[in-house]
Design a binder for this molecule. Structure first.
Ligand code: NAP
Length: 249
């Protein structure tokens, strides 16, 4: 490490292999940060990091199963050992396992809660302390509009996303005195692999509820995340920003 590498902010983005996370990783790299692209599969975070490097940005890949607290602890230790500092954390990795409650298996509940919500607890616990010591940090949790409204067939996912909102607001209060901000983004329907799985009837129904009459783009979320991770957002904490084409007003 030297003064130059010390000056460049290190940002950990989970679920950066595809979709929204990849867009956020690219936006933070464009803003001059060294981005650690985390995803479950090595191939996916490896490709994301390589494409950022090819465009002149700074990026590394790290395969971590974020549903495991142990893997997160080990990865965080390795990151801090390697870089000495991490200033930005975007908890974006997420999955759905949709079903009506009476058909939902316990495993569908646990895997969704562990991947979407408990992962945030483990990452923030591991990486929040160096931020508070440095008295500068940005934490952004990617929740969902269904964490605010609920959704039939998504009790596990909605509960996990609503949990992320409570976690965001509590930690914003805990970390504020150290100039570490904690915010959440609640996307509506965004065009990614996650929504491409939905059947056409569901997509049409969703479109009818969006005043702006289109699904969001990855960049719609990435730009909001990049702003929240920047110096410009230093007076914003504990907030949930819906980016949803006007679905939830
Ligand atoms: P996506 O295209 O399905 O990508 C999900 C990413 O998360 C992938 O990179 C995947 O890794 C990673 N991931 C999943 N499980 C993981 C695990 N156990 N450990 C590590 N990484 C894991 O999803 P997306 O649509 O971009 O969604 C990103 C976030 O936005 C999620 O939290 C989602 O709930 C939220 N969101 C999305 C929408 C939407 O309409 N798309 C709306 C509201 C909220 P691999 O690449 O290795 O598979």
């Amino acid at each position: 490490m030297n003064e130059e590498t010390d000056r460049i902010k290190v940002a950990v983005v989970t679920g950066a292999g595809r979709g929204i996370g990849r867009g956020i990783a690219e936006a933070l790299a464009r803003d001059g940060m060294r981005v650690i692209c985390v995803s479950k599969s090595e191939a996916s975070c490896g490709a994301a990091a390589e494409s950022i490097r090819e465009s002149g940005g700074l990026a590394d890949a790290l395969a971590v199963d974020v549903s495991s607290g142990e893997q997160i602890r080990q990865a965080s230790e390795k990151l801090l050992e390697e870089h000495g500092h991490v200033e930005v954390l975007v908890n974006n990795a997420g999955i759905t396992r949709d079903n009506l409650l009476f058909r939902m298996e316990e495993d569908d509940w646990n895997s969704v809660v562990n991947t979407n919500l408990s992962s945030c607890f483990h990452w923030i616990k591991a990486l929040g302390r160096p931020m508070t010591r440095k008295r500068w940090g940005r934490i952004v949790n990617v929740a969902s509009v269904v964490g605010l409204t609920g959704n039939a067939g998504q009790a596990n996912y909605s509960a996990a996303k609503a949990g992320m909102v409570g976690l965001t607001k509590s930690l914003a209060r805990e970390f504020a005195a150290r100039s570490v901000t904690v915010n959440a983004i609640a996307p509506g329907f965004i065009d990614t692999d996650m929504t491409s799985e939905l059947d056409e009837r569901v997509k049409e129904g969703a479109l009818a509820t969006i005043p702006l009459k289109r699904f969001g783009k990855v960049s719609d979320i990435a730009e909001m995340a990049a702003f929240l991770c920047s110096d410009k957002a230093s007076y914003i904490t504990g907030q949930v920003f819906t980016v949803d084409g006007g679905m939830v007003m």
